[in-house]
Design a protein. Structure first.
Length: 375
């Protein structure tokens, strides 16, 4: 997915000539876009909790520089919003902000999308086309899910960052680039480096400034302000009047661990407004996820297999006796379908459950026909 929307919408009213963000803003939102309804991105970010206030202070310190920034944090914590805010506070605020999801393209297309191609560079290249590095000239290029970038592309990206120039596919002529790079990932790149899945030199090149975005459960002071924001947004969309949060609903929101972070909170508020039968949102109107949070301290199990694992082993042994030609694909598809239904058809939660990226989940669901690629 690629976004070329304006930088950031801010909560304070400014004149048409004042397009730069005020330094006292405490709410940032994604620009209005037709893709918002199906996006898994966090669509709002507030800076009320002390941790968020500290993050905002750090953003204001590093934004005016040209340093590359690496944003880390769980899915749904608002990494793209933070990237847009850095851009809006930088000297490049008048230039384009282009967001590119590195895991959304087929491996064969990533190089062409990022660096561009010349006419005839490959089958179907009927004309020359600049890549997103060239398109972001004078502005900021946001490389989301950088941890999903194939290793051979990591080598080329490193060279681009070092030389400050790109070479289009099918060309030998370098093109100078003038962009600031902000990258983001929900995976732990240090572990990916140790596992040989991410280049150490690229990690350090991208992470001149590393900003860790705290999960929503770790900044409880932001929960109710965000809930109030989403209430206002969806009341307007649904044409409803004032529907406040009942105190028991507020307590329920504050107690929830929010494995889906801001996006989960937005969905919960939207659903509550749809099902509420009173003039306020009560605790029973809030449908919250029952998924448990991943335990970072839990390593591979060394204990004896559990009964469920024994059952699975027996089923596999039965299949191995008379295996179909596409046995592995069938097993993989069954696991994916079952996990997807278990997670109430939520791609982010399915990805967390299975321990793989959301982009990989989406690609496989499209491949097996569970979801429509056009959505």
């Amino acid at each position: 997915m690629i976004s070329r929307e304006p930088a950031v919408n801010f909560d304070r009213v400014r004149s048409d000539s004042d397009t730069r963000p005020a330094q006292t803003d405490t709410l940032i939102t994604l620009p209005d876009s037709p893709v918002r309804a199906t996006s898994i991105r966090a669509t709002a970010q507030v800076f009320e909790d002390p941790k968020s206030v500290a993050l905002l202070s750090r953003l204001r310190q590093i934004a005016p520089s040209e340093a590359n920034v690496l944003l880390t944090g769980e899915t749904g914590t608002g990494k793209e919003l933070i990237a847009r805010h850095v851009h809006a506070l930088s000297r490049r605020w008048h230039g384009p902000f282009i967001a590119v999801n590195c895991g959304a393209f087929a491996e064969s297309l990533v190089e062409s999308e990022l660096f561009g191609h010349e006419k005839g560079a490959f089958t179907g290249a009927f004309s020359a086309r600049p890549g997103w590095f060239e398109a972001a000239a004078g502005g900021t290029l946001f490389l989301d899910e950088i941890g999903d970038l194939p290793l051979k592309l990591q080598v080329k990206l490193l060279r681009v960052l070092q030389e400050r120039e790109v070479v289009r596919l099918g060309s030998r002529k370098p093109v100078p680039i003038d962009v600031r790079i902000i990258a983001a990932t929900h995976v732990r790149l240090e572990e990916a480096v140790a596992a040989g899945k991410f280049r150490e030199d690229l990690f350090y090149r991208l992470g001149v400034v590393v900003l860790g975005l705290p999960a929503l459960r770790d900044r409880p002071g932001d929960i109710l302000p965000l809930a109030q924001h989403f209430l206002a947004v969806y009341r307007q969309r649904l044409g409803q009047g004032n529907v406040p949060l009942h105190p028991d609903a507020e307590r329920k929101l504050l107690r929830h661990p929010w494995p889906g972070n801001i996006r989960e909170l937005e969905n919960a508020i939207h659903h509550a407004l749809l099902v509420s039968e009173s003039h306020q949102i009560r605790a029973e109107d809030l449908q919250l996820s029952s998924l448990s949070l991943p335990d970072a301290a839990t390593g591979p199990a060394d204990s004896a297999p559990q009964p469920a694992e024994d059952t699975l082993r027996q089923v596999l042994l039965t299949l191995f006796e008379r295996p179909p030609a596409d046995l592995f694909d069938r097993i993989e598809d069954t696991v994916l379908r079952t996990a997807y239904e278990h997670c109430r058809r939520n791609q982010v939660h399915t990805a967390r459950l299975l321990g793989i990226s959301r982009n990989a989940i989406r690609s496989r669901l499209i491949r097996i026909g569970v979801i429509d690629a056009r959505r």
